[in-house]
Design a binder for this molecule. Structure first.
Ligand code: FAD
Length: 364
């Protein structure tokens, strides 16, 4: 059966059914809006699970940071904290999100891709998709970052004769069996790859922009989220949270460091056909380079709204665009974690209800 839009005119369109989009939908429903009538959730993925459905097979919930439960998920009698840690995280998250959508009747429409959001007369918006157009009063963008991995440029990258991939292209360690692998990036994904490759690759080399510390604590995490929040309000590029926090000093990470697998060195300065070279002239042979170097928000479909500031970012406070108060960005900047996305749900939904009430008052 082909996918169709349930309505062509609504009050709120939510773009994306990951943790952020589902959380907003849950709160809107609780506040009295009717799914598939007053609001519509549009998602490009073929199945429930947001970006999690595309993560590599070997990623488990207990090796991810910590996946917070969606709001109200306890009603379903499930929790990520007690989920089967032996199953792939992508399957567990996909399963739980799917049950959640059904339980709360969120009526997510998929697969449907939003291609363009533009203003139309009367202060409303037209949301164009590959299966039709919806008019709406409010737009919530919760499109995540998975489709926009960031890869920094280094001289010679195009001459490299081996494999170069970014995080979303990683499938399994066995793809790198017997290879010399360079892993770039100072976050959780890089650490996960290095540990998986330990006894599979011929060698691993870890390079990071800043020296890695295994010392993350609550204080540094809060400080990093505050820095991301300040950047979002100022419309500046968002700093990565892990670059400000260090990585968790978990027994697994500390043991990896002690075995010499999780020992980083500074970034190389150039890439050559068969390896990478540092500024001091030293060279590491490489058959593969894995770029675990973060992501950028996927916002191209919002371009007609002209939300970008001269600093290059989109100015957002409490999940709301500072340029256009009827545009919300959930899961953006400081909200880019499952707990942040959850908080965004309540915060954004409450502001949406206020915005709709103000529009109703103007119309009468
Ligand atoms: P997503 O889950 O990316 O959902 C966005 C949805 O929008 C997707 O379904 C996508 O298909 C859809 N979409 C995008 N563009 C369009 C469009 N134009 N039209 C229609 N639909 C569209 N966070 C944690 O808190 N704990 C962790 O353990 C953790 N591990 C992570 C591991 C990795 C490898 C990565 C990359 C991130 C991890 N994160 C983790 C961060 C994680 O991204 C967030 O926690 C959270 O899942 C993001 O939710 P989201 O709803 O913002 O985005």
């Amino acid at each position: 059966m082909s996918t169709t839009l349930p309505v062509t005119d609504t009050r709120v369109v939510i773009i994306g059914a990951g943790q952020a989009g589902l959380s907003v939908a849950y709160h809107l429903r609780r506040l009295g809006l009717v799914p598939a009538k007053d609001f519509v959730v549009l998602d490009r993925g073929p199945r429930p699970g947001g970006a999690w459905q595309f993560r590599w097979e070997s990623l488990r919930l207990d090796t991810a940071h910590k996946v917070d439960d969606l709001p109200g998920m306890s009603e379903l009698g499930v929790s990520f904290a007690t989920a089967d840690q032996t199953l792939p995280a992508r399957d567990v998250v996909g399963d739980y999100y799917g049950r959640y959508e059904r339980h709360f009747g969120l009526e997510v429409v998929r697969p449907v891709e939003v291609t363009r959001v533009a203003r139309v007369d009367g202060g409303r918006y037209e949301v164009e998709t590959n299966i039709g157009t919806v008019r709406t009063d409010v737009v919530v963008n919760a499109s995540g970052t998975w489709a926009r991995p960031f890869r920094p440029s280094y001289p010679g990258a195009e001459t490299f004769s081996g494999i170069q991939i970014s995080t979303p292209e990683y499938r399994t360690a066995s793809d790198f069996a017997g290879l010399d692998v360079v892993v770039v990036g100072g976050g959780t994904s890089a650490v996960g790859f290095l540990l998986e490759l330990e006894n599979v690759a011929s060698s691993t080399t870890w390079v990071t922009r800043r020296p890695v510390e295994f010392a993350m604590d609550e204080h540094s995490r809060v400080a990093a989220v505050e820095r991301a929040d300040a950047a979002a309000r100022a419309g500046l590029p968002i700093p990565s949270v892990s670059s400000g926090t260090g990585l968790p000093a978990s027994p697994r990470n500390v043991a990896g460091r002690d075995r010499g697998v999780l020992v980083d060195r500074e970034m190389f300065s150039a890439i050559e056909p068969d390896g990478v070279r540092w500024a001091d002239g030293s060279f590491q042979h490489a058959d593969a380079v894995i770029w675990a170097t973060g992501f950028r928000a996927e916002l191209a479909h919002l371009a007609p709204l002209r939300l970008r500031e001269s600093g290059g970012g989109v100015a957002v406070e409490r999940g709301r665009s500072l340029r256009d108060p009827n545009i919300f960005l959930a899961g953006f900047g400081p909200q880019a974690s499952t707990i942040g996305a959850n908080r965004a749900g309540r915060l954004v939904a409450t502001q949406i209800m206020d915005a709709l009430a103000a529009q109703n008052a103007r119309a009468t």
